[in-house]
Design a protein around this ligand. Structure first.
Ligand code: PSU
Ligand code: MN
Length: 298
């Protein structure tokens, strides 16, 4: 049984718009102490847009839908916070552990709680070199079976974007660009791949959600891809991507540590430039997710 924060409980009971927020970005994606500040700011952004934020995580084996400030601090500052994707949830629950939830795990728990809007930074996807490592995020298959609307800045640019888009097509996950026909590249506005569909407003996305329902194509996720406003310098991005991937392979970083390793590498080596971009991304995506949640409730 999940524990609901009073704020989320109230919003659920009165049928008000809610936006789920993932917690891996807080514990494993952003450095301290910035992570706690960002987590709090993102929640206020959702509130100012007229929706209720529900940051999702597991604390001492309990699933929390909506974190009180004390729990938000625990996720941001705790030394015992695991990274949980969907398959880890029950194991950490039985072991009474604390864990932040990835896109996949957050989408699962949000859907179970009756929350259908979700904001994150960048999706997980197919990693570069996946032909050999088979490293593909569980985010992809999760989105193929969970009907949430997820706002993101595309997939993280450390990934093989072409392969990620092909997998999303196979998995029948719909993608619309928000005011763009280019699939965003997380730190970069454009990943170099185009997307067929675009929307210009939260209302247009709400209309699209109603059409999905009518046609019964709403049993998988809808990705709303919004590019960051001020992207990272292209040359800096290219050089860090090259050296970061080389460092990860040299240090034999594998499995669920790959993404946190590369994000931290970027944040340290870019002297805060990638961090600024990452923060902008999560804030603007949360704002848009809240606007869509509000528009869909009208
Ligand atoms: N977006 C960010 N920072 C992050 C993540 C997304 O801006 O840290 C996290 C999400 O929780 C996503 C996870 O689900 O990275 C993907 O991890 P992996 O590649 O191991 O599936
Ligand atoms: Mn992986």
């Amino acid at each position: 049984m999940a524990i609901y924060s009073p704020e989320v409980r109230k919003a659920l009971d009165s049928g008000r718009p809610i936006v789920a927020l993932e917690s891996t970005i807080i514990s494993h994606g952003l450095p301290r102490p910035t992570n706690l500040e960002v987590a709090r700011d993102v929640e206020s952004i959702v509130r100012s847009a007229g929706a209720t934020p529900a940051t999702i995580a597991m604390i001492d084996g309990d699933v929390h839908i909506g974190l009180t400030d004390e729990y938000l601090e625990r996720i941001a500052q705790g030394s015992d916070i695991h990274k949980a994707t969907t398959r880890d949830l029950a194991i950490f629950a039985a072991q009474k552990k604390s864990a932040a939830t990835t896109v996949a795990a957050t989408a699962h728990l949000a859907h179970q709680a009756g929350i259908s809007f979700f904001a994150t930074g960048g999706l997980g996807g197919v990693h570069q070199g996946a032909q050999e490592t088979w490293d593909e995020s569980a985010d992809l298959t999760a989105l193929s079976r969970i009907p949430v609307t997820i706002v993101c800045a595309g997939a993280k640019s450390i990934l093989d974007i072409g392969a990620t888009l092909e997998r999303l097509e196979t998995l029948s996950v719909a993608i619309v660009g928000y005011k763009t026909n280019s699939f965003p590249g997380f730190y970069l506005k454009n990943s170099g791949f185009s997307i067929e569909h675009r929307c210009e407003s939260p209302e247009e996305i709400a209309a699209l959600l109603r059409a999905r329902k009518d046609l019964s194509t709403d049993n998988s996720a809808l990705i709303v891809a919004q590019p960051v406003d001020k992207e990272m310098d292209h040359a800096l991005h290219a050089s860090l991507l090259k050296s970061g991937l080389a460092a990860a392979s040299q240090k034999h970083i594998t499995g669920k540590s790959v993404t946190p390793f590369l994000l931290e590498y970027f944040h340290t080596e870019s002297k805060g430039e990638s961090l600024r971009v990452n923060i902008d991304i999560i804030k603007s995506n949360s704002h848009l997710a809240a606007q869509i949640a509000v528009a869909a409730h009208l």
